[in-house]
Design a protein around this ligand. Sequence first.
Ligand code: PMP
Length: 407
Amino acid sequence: TAGLDVTQIRKDFPILQQQVHGKPLVYLDNGATTQKPQVVIAAEARYYEEYNSNVHRGVHHLSQVATNAYERARITVAGYINAADPHEVIFTKGTTDGINLVANTMSRRFLNEGDSVIISSMEHHSNIVPWQIACEERGATLKVIPINERGELLMDAYEAMLDDTVKIVAVTYVSNTMGTINPVEDIITLAHARNIPVLLDAAQAIQHISIDVQALDVEFLAFSGHKIYAPTGTGVLYGKKAWLDKLPPYQGGGDMIKTVTFEKTIYNELPYKFEAGTPNIAGAIALGTAIEYLQQTGISKIQQWEEELMEYAMQELRKIDGIRFIGDAARRSGAISFLVHNIHPFDMGELLDQQGIAVRTGHHCTEPLMDIFKIPGTVRASLSFYNTREDIDKLVAGVKRAAAMLL
Ligand code: PMP
């Protein structure tokens, strides 16, 4: 287990102790959302119990305690992704919110008729639709990097797409449906050769892969708190200061201003320019706690154990008669999508649920990807470091049992 005491770790997650339909819960839907360790739940509760107060407003004691905790969480996030300055970390509602922020503000300032935006074939709807909206409004074109049958980006095709019309490249670091790890270093280097900024959707990477935004030299990176063991409704948009300064505000309101008159408003400095209104204070603080929990557990140990688990899962699943993987990339993390013979994913998912095994079925918010593979959906198992080899064995046995019943 890569030096991790997984039995002990599982005790940190209260929800994992329960039974579902009379069977011990096997939670393999971590791509949809991760479970929360007790320390994160406690951090959220402690805010409301001990120092609930609005941030950046009051001179009174509680407001200062809350502000300090909120800003400490920002520093923790900045450290985790190695941002040069905590002010490059903007708290959002999640990945969707972060991508919309960039798509909206970037397009208003920099996207014009005849321009284009590059995304990839394996994007989540939240990294497709905001760009479609932007392109439609600005008269720009959306260009899509194709993939091979293993679910890997065709990098030659990508390179050929890069021309002077491209104003931003927005791609996912890891595919939520197939687990493909994209060659983000090469994607960024090629874009930068033409002075094109890059946004990485790190929703499925941040909890599995150590990320250094300065080493990557990426302009924007978005992720969700709830996929990295923190509460829902939290998230982060990292942006290079020079870029965030260039973008107009996203939403107007309290906290994002320096001075307001009816004639003119002076916007606040970073990151507050992009944090209009009262934020999810408790959630942001608990996100900081989640990251501290991961750091204490050991990021590299987590990564190594998850890689071992992934390898074991693929090895065991390959033995199932009639299994077909949707995406079988050389480099992968987190998610495994498959179909067995012609069994509908929903039927498989239901029978697995009856055995206490939680997987996701459907299109996973990647409908265009499903169209490429000409399938309505997949069964997706997605891993966390609190999963065990036993979980995988139960999944494999469960899939076999379901197949025997359905075929
Ligand atoms: N991008 C990817 C790759 C995702 O997996 C998800 C969540 N499934 C999102 C974006 C959207 O995240 P959220 O719903 O938390 O905003």
